[in-house]
Design a protein around this ligand. Structure first.
Ligand SMILES: [Zn+2]
Ligand SMILES: [Zn+2]
Length: 77
């Protein structure tokens, strides 16, 4: 059982089935102890993470033209 639900790094949508896989503790390794797969809710958000490496996550979301999850929800109501 997981105690907390992770949220999509790009849009902030909860990703209940996200299971982070770690390469190692990050010592002397390029992974820096970060999960191998980023926590994303969709292929679109995954692509945004990968396409705009070097920007912070908010900027990547902007560049990819993805709405924040909360905004999306409001719009659909
Ligand atoms: Zn997302
Ligand atoms: Zn590693």
């Amino acid at each position: 059982m997981k105690l907390k639900v992770d949220n999509c790094l790009i849009c902030g949508k909860p990703v209940p089935d996200y299971e982070p896989e770690f390469c190692c503790s990050g010592q002397e390794c390029g992974c820096y102890g970060q999960p191998v797969e980023p926590c994303t809710c969709s292929d679109e958000c995954y692509k945004a993470v990968m396409d705009h490496i070097g920007h912070d996550m908010d900027k990547r979301r902007e560049l990819a033209g993805i709405k924040k999850w909360s905004e999306e929800k409001k719009r659909n109501d």
